[in-house]
Design a protein around this ligand. Structure first.
Ligand code: PLP
Length: 392
């Protein structure tokens, strides 16, 4: 639109692959409403929150506490921050207190308030492909430049490539493990490798690069895998989590940023308060904050996601389609049966399955399937993909 700001048009045009697949599906359904289309394009978690969420909301509301819907400290309710600080000190093996936890509007809100604090025009933020596509407009929104580092076949960051991409403009490194779209969980060695490269760079140049770890899938890992603590690995790191996926509260917009106690980070909570103020979020939804201590240890049934993932991968692998085994969540990221992943996903639509090309995640030659349908639909979709592969 010509009356929109240039910057807005630039940002809005990013991330076209997911939208394009969605539109292709819509078009097909309009032309033929009877078609049985299995939509694996959007990452909208389908598992309902555990029952304790509803009962906690009712319990909290029934208290009828005066003023409990008003504005509050932008950082969040102090008793909730204290609660999270205690839990996180234990799980992340570092000291965290109520001044080093900030409640956010989902993980996305957490990423934005941090980027707003750290990025100036022309700065660079390093991300790892495959990446969550929204990182591109998020970083560009602050007039900074995303710099993409490649991963290996197992979707683990290539540390040599990482080292070579650091420049005097690098302000932020943004990692996402367990990863959307690949489901890869970066190993402890990888995390320590990233940390030591940043530490070495700081010693040599005096330049302090911030490491942001975006972890909305870290509490829905499979087979008792453990997620290495980012806060323990690197001094200038910032942990972002949300309850969108692990408790199924994506629409309720609740998450947090946490960091370790450290004299160099004193007062950082005020920087975040100001950042949230500038961006207009102000604070995380208060009702959701109030239920957090009651629901924190609840989870959606991760076994259901794991079963879907295994079934899907098994059927694809029988047809010769390779996929690395995800460690968490509900995404799978198989190799595209033909090199042109966009052409593959486009033609897959006519076979009744919507997936997203890996190119949209900075990783051509793959495709993403979001397994947010029941197991029968997952099985059916995998069979359709496999049958199609046989025809190619
Ligand atoms: N980061 C990643 C890697 C995601 O996959 C998502 C959502 O899909 C988000 C951030 C945003 O999470 P939230 O809904 O908690 O803001």
């Amino acid at each position: 639109q010509e009356f929109y700001a240039k910057k807005f048009n630039e940002l809005a045009s990013v991330g076209g692959d997911i939208r394009r697949m969605f539109m292709l599906g819509q078009k097909l359904l309009q032309e033929n409403p009877q078609i049985d289309l299995i939509d694996l394009s959007l990452g909208n978690p389908d598992l309902e929150p555990p029952e304790i969420v509803t009962s906690s909301i009712i319990k909290v509301l029934e208290k009828h506490e005066k003023g409990s819907h008003r504005y509050m400290d932008f950082a969040g309710l102090v008793d909730v921050r204290k609660f999270l600080a205690q839990e996180l000190s234990h799980s992340e093996h570092v000291n965290i207190n109520e001044e080093t936890v900030y409640l956010t509007v989902g993980a996305a809100g957490g990423i934005h308030i941090l980027l707003r604090v750290f990025l100036d025009q022309g700065d660079e933020a390093i991300i790892f492909a495959p990446y969550f596509p929204e990182y591109i407009p998020y970083i560009s929104n602050y007039n900074a430049k995303p710099v993409v580092v490649n991963c290996d076949e197992l979707h683990e960051p290539n540390l040599e490539d990482f080292r070579s991409k650091i420049s005097e403009k690098t302000k932020v490194v943004l990692i996402n493990s367990p990863n959307n779209p690949s489901g890869a969980l970066y190993s402890k060695e990888t995390i320590e490798g990233i940390a030591s490269i940043l530490e070495e760079h700081r010693r040599k140049t005096g330049q302090c690069i911030q490491l942001i770890s975006d972890e909305p899938y870290s509490r829905i890992v499979f087979r008792n895998k453990t997620v290495p603590s980012i806060l323990e690995s690197y001094r200038y790191s910032w942990l972002i989590r949300s309850f969108s996926k692990d408790i199924g509260l994506a629409g309720e917009r609740i998450g947090f940023v946490a960091w370790s106690e450290d004299k160099t980070k004193l007062g950082f909570i005020n920087a975040l308060r100001n950042s949230a103020r500038c961006l207009g979020f102000v604070g995380a939804p208060r009702l959701m904050q109030r239920i957090l201590p009651h629901v924190y240890h609840a989870r959606v049934d991760v076994g259901i996601y794991e079963e879907r993932v295994s079934k899907f991968i098994q059927i694809l692998s029988e047809a010769g389609i390779k996929t690395i085994q995800p460690a968490a969540g509900f995404f799978v990221f198989p190799k595209s049966p033909i090199p042109d992943d966009r052409a593959f996903c486009d033609s897959l639509v006519s076979k009744g399955v919507l997936c997203v090309p890996g190119s949209g995640f900075g990783c051509p030659g793959y495709f993403r399937a979001s397994l947010t349908q029941n197991i029968d639909r997952i099985e059916e979709s995998a069979k359709r993909i496999s049958n199609y592969k046989k025809d190619i």
